[in-house]
Design a protein. Structure first.
Lengths: 235, 448, 326
């Protein structure tokens, strides 16, 4: 029994241990890895684009050099407004047409249209000026990604570690989740930078809300579900 | 290419021109995030209780007793494809013959349902009685139940929807808790038999699993308020009469009765192992309509019973807290949508509250919709021994996404009802079985 | 290249969903309905399952069984003992055994497999069994242990010193000698020690007729000796029933229930805590069974229960009651 209690305590300690490991690895491992990934894709997609390091100062004096692609984008032109209006109209029409046969898709299209319209309001006198540009946006999203990585072991500590999985499985799932996040985050937001660069800043709000952290959390839930389907120690 | 980078010294913060808007939105965001966090913590607490807490099944082992007279009510409105199946099963249940009355309500049916019911009544006159409601009778299940009240035998009335497939021991299991004189209502567990039909039915099985195996059982463990779901359950007739009977205006007569019983000091018992197969809807529009109706009815109950619940001296503190949070569960869908909108607007105003947004993203995925959080569902499936099905959990986002819209529509409709009472439009839940075929028998091996 | 970048990112994003996709594409059969547990809770569920399978297997044997022969059932060895053979061989310890008539098991047998008999089954003492079934009378010798279940289609007799760690059931009577440990006993009449039913001709009544006088207390309840009460009682805390009381209804308690000597309880006794029943009590009636349910259940001899006794943790039949408060 004492052995069992010790095992449980060690399981729960995995949360802070991994979180501290993430915090420690940010500067020497994670950010250089992200810089490498972003440089690789920038060199492949548009060799002229460089990856700059945007420092983010933490309250206790440490600075995080977050790598971001040095891309720019302009606000919507008259033509972009027209195109957007047509696209929103088509999306809403599709949403109506698909309502009977493919309701989830229809609602997704409706959501997309609404999110786009509200986001576009950011470029109108109602909410203008639009306060984001690509590097700053990417930097903030990557910082939120780092926060998510830091939080992941704590989330698993609450919903996975208390269960009777072997210690190896708990470690494996945590490493899997952190590795996946470390790989997907730079790809996801570097790709977003190129998309915004191509489509203009008007695409940024939609990418932020619907294709940002929500996707990463979905992936984490998928990994968690996979981990929950593994055999328990006594099975 | 990089002329923007000069001004891109981080995501900039609140733009002064929107300071007024931000001043309004920010506290709203905090309140909404706090609410969502509360519901997430609630789901987590229930999950942990179910996994590691002491499990209460006080009435499970009442297997031998002097079983009291009971009436099983089966309301049926155009249930031709399924009604014969439940009656065949109900005739075969293990219960003293002279103490079981099967009261079928032909609720203004226009198909072959009345003929099927009459045929059963003719073949089993000692057990089956049919109550035909005329075409001009008020519509709705609650109205049908009101009509049935005068024809009940004994002090216990069980209610089954027509698409259910009760097993032989189910009636005894549902009657057992009524030996406790404090129990006014009983609820069993619903299990979809057509879960393998398509993605929707699979998702509904996941929701049901989380909702019953974890949520309802945890509430029973913690002596909170398990919810009477209007089917695979029953009420004590004397308690029902004491609180004024079924309310024919109630769209969610089950939730309405749950709260009226609790406010009057009765307990609702949940029997997790009193399982019964049901047929879940197989199309998204039908699911949307069903959920919108449930949300509308549930929110009507919220508006009606919130204050009486808070004031009642017969409920314990923990019951009051659980009762309020259960009442608010369908109202969380619009709150969640509102939360996303508020945080989005704040972000557009340059108030980059990344922390709040991250938190909302995490916890709203946990409480998205109203049925159950992903960890609750995954844990429920493990408790059910369904290891493989856990892999389907990520897809619940699709179901929850639709649920959020449907529940919001229902919430708005309930507010509309409050402002301007309207005559309810009833949508028949479609059935997917073939009447000509024998009742489906999943014939699954029993779980030990 | 941008398309390739998008494709790689999409694939990377979808990787965690591979098990989910596999569930729908390759293992669709697992998406069928979840099995229900309903049947497993019938007292004789395991016995019925076993004997049905054994009878079906025996029916497949073409020639008359005249000697012990080893067959197979569910990929396990199965010994079929002929009707002419009363004394079972020691091989029963390691192989599932099915006697076509009466059987006698040797003493001190440590048996890992099920044993069933189409007639009576008499087991030796100081033995350990996994599961026992008898189509007629089952007699379990003293100081034996049954790990999973035992069932008799007529009478079950459990000698003193036995430990029944699973379900024990009989279609007519169970007789248990003290001291004895048990989990679940189910039979129309359960005789604890040298007991005899004494209420067979008692005035009939049922819970329905008693419902008007039910009593719910939010505090502990203690009924004086000789109380006669028509209706059920629910208490929070502890429920004590004084000696020689008659309760025509159920006793339900969120704590412990203590029944004094000589009581007659007509309805079920359901406690979330422990149940202790003193000597000379009777629960239920021959035509109106009752259940005794508690975490730990202690019954002092003699006592009669018509129905079932379920101990969620452990049950004990004792020579002398430990109840001292009454």
């Amino acid at each position: 029994m004492p052995h069992e209690r010790g095992r449980q305590a060690l399981s729960l300690m995995l949360g802070p241990i991994f979180a501290l490991a993430v915090a420690w690895a940010i500067r020497p491992l994670i950010l250089p890895l992200w810089a490498f990934i972003e440089r690789f894709w920038c060199a492949s997609v548009a060799p002229a684009v460089t990856v700059i390091r945007m420092p983010y100062a933490l309250p206790w004096g440490v600075s995080l050099p977050v790598p971001v692609p040095d891309l720019g984008a302009s606000g919507p032109s008259r033509a972009a407004w027209m195109t957007s209006a047509v696209l929103v109209g088509v999306t809403l029409l599709l949403a109506v047409l698909l309502r009977r046969r493919h309701l989830p898709l229809s609602l997704a299209l409706f959501t997309l249209a609404v999110v786009f319209v509200v986001g576009a309001a950011g470029f109108t006198p109602l909410l203008a000026p639009f306060p984001y540009v690509i590097p700053g946006y990417i930097q903030s999203m990557l910082l939120m990604g780092l926060t998510l990585m830091f939080m992941t072991p704590f989330m698993l500590m609450v919903i996975y570690y208390p269960l009777d999985f072997g210690l190896g499985k708990k470690v494996a799932l945590t490493l899997l989740a952190l590795t996946w996040l470390a790989l997907i985050l730079p790809c996801q937001f570097c790709l977003q930078a190129f998309v915004i660069n191509g489509l203009g800043l008007i695409a940024l709000p939609v990418l932020f809300l619907l294709f940002g952290l929500l996707l990463d959390i979905m992936g984490l839930v998928a990994l968690y579900a996979w981990g929950m389907s593994w055999r328990l120690r006594h099975e | 290419m990089n002329n923007a980078s000069a001004g891109a010294s981080l995501a900039r913060h609140a733009v002064p021109v929107h300071a007024g808007l931000i001043a309004v939105l920010q506290p709203t965001a905090y309140v909404i995030v706090a609410l969502v966090v509360f519901y997430t913590a609630r789901h987590l607490f229930f999950t942990m209780n179910r996994l590691f807490g002491r499990q209460r099944h006080p009435y499970l082992d009442i297997t031998q007793a002097s079983w009291p007279p009971v009436t099983v009510i089966i309301p049926a409105h155009n249930e031709q494809p399924v009604i014969a199946h439940i009656l065949e099963r109900m005739i075969a249940v293990d219960y003293p013959r002279e103490r079981l009355k099967i009261l079928c309500i032909d609720d203004r049916s226009t198909d072959a349902t009345p003929a099927i019911l009459d045929d059963f009544a003719e073949r089993h006159p000692d057990r089956v009685q049919v109550l035909h409601r005329p075409p001009d009778a008020p519509p709705g299940k609650a109205a049908a139940l009101v009509d049935a009240t005068a024809h009940l035998m004994g002090d216990i009335a069980l209610v089954f929807d027509a698409d259910y497939l009760p097993g032989p021991g189910l009636v005894k299991q549902l009657v057992a808790p009524f030996f406790d004189p404090q129990v006014g209502g009983v609820m069993g567990r619903v299990v979809p038999y057509n879960s393998g039909t398509n993605l929707l039915t699979h998702l509904l099985e996941l929701e049901r699993s989380g909702g019953y195996q974890v949520d309802q059982q945890a509430r029973a463990n913690l002596r909170l308020i398990p919810q009477f779901g209007g089917t695979v359950g029953g009420v004590r007739v004397s308690a029902l009469r004491a609180i004024g009977g079924w309310d024919p205006r109630a769209l969610a007569e089950d939730t309405d009765i749950t709260y009226r019983l609790v406010i009057a000091g009765w307990k609702i018992a949940y029997q997790n192992r009193s399982e019964c197969y049901e047929e879940v809807v197989e199309s998204w529009p039908a699911r949307y309509r069903q959920l919108r109706r449930w949300s509308r009815g549930h929110n009507q109950v919220l508006f009606r019973h919130l204050w009486p619940l808070l004031r009642s001296s017969r409920v314990t503190g923990r019951e009051r807290l659980d009762g309020v949070s259960l009442l608010g569960i369908y109202a969380m869908a619009p709150v969640l949508l509102m939360g996303w909108l508020v945080l989005y607007l704040l972000w557009l105003c340059g108030d980059n509250g990344g922390g709040l947004l991250l938190m909302l993203a995490v916890v709203s995925y946990g409480t998205f919709g109203n049925a159950a959080a992903f960890y609750e569902i995954a844990s429920a499936l493990r408790l059910d021994g369904e290891r493989d099905k856990v892999k389907g959990v990520p897809l619940i986002l699709i179901g929850f996404f639709v649920s959020t819209y449907a529940a919001t529509a229902g919430f708005l409709a309930a507010i509309g009802d409050r402002l301007r009472p309207r005559r309810l439009q009833w949508h028949k839940t479609p059935r997917y079985r073939d009447q000509a075929q024998a009742a489906p028998d999943p014939a699954a091996p029993t779980r030990l | 290249m941008l398309v390739l970048f998008a494709a790689v990112t999409t694939i990377l994003f979808l990787l965690p969903f591979t098990p989910t996709a596999g569930l729908f594409l390759r293992r669709r059969q697992t998406l069928g309905p979840s099995p229900l547990s309903a049947g497993a809770y019938a007292p004789d569920h395991f016995a019925r399952n076993l004997i049905t399978k054994l009878r079906a297997r025996a029916a497949l044997i073409a020639q008359p069984v005249i000697a012990v022969f080893e067959y197979r059932l569910d990929d396990e060895p199965l010994l079929i003992l002929p009707a002419s053979m009363r004394r079972a061989p020691s091989e029963c310890a390691t192989k599932m055994s099915y006697a076509l008539a009466d059987a006698v098991l040797p003493a001190a047998l440590a048996c890992d497999k099920e044993i069933a008999a189409e007639g009576s089954l008499l087991t030796g003492g100081n033995a350990r069994y996994r599961a026992l079934y008898a189509a007629d009378t089952l007699h379990i010798g003293g100081n034996s242990t049954v790990i999973r279940w035992c069932h008799a289609d007529t009478h079950l007799k459990v000698d003193k010193g036995c430990r029944i760690l699973g379900r024990a059931s009989a279609n007519k009577t169970i007789k248990v000698d003290a001291p004895c440990l048990f989990m679940t006993l189910t039979a129309p009449t359960i005789l604890i020690g040298p007991a005899e039913p004494r209420m067979g001709s008692a005035k009939a009544g049922d819970l329905a007729s008693a419902s008007g006088t039910d009593h719910v207390a939010r505090e502990p309840v203690s009924l004086a000796a000789g109380t006669r009460r028509h209706g059920s009682i629910k208490a929070h805390g502890r429920l004590c029933v004084g000696a020689d009381s008659v309760i025509e209804g159920a006793l339900v308690c969120e704590g412990d229930i203590v029944i004094g000597p000589g009581c007659l309880i007509w309805g079920p006794i359901v406690a979330e805590g422990d149940v202790r029943i003193a000597e000379g009590c009777e629960v239920g009636r021959p035509d109106h069974p009752g259940s005794v349910v508690g975490e730990d259940v202690e019954i002092a001899v003699p006592a009669v229960i018509h129905g079932a006794v379920h101990a969620r943790h452990s049950g004990i039949v004792t020579e002398k009651s430990t109840i001292t408060i009454l």
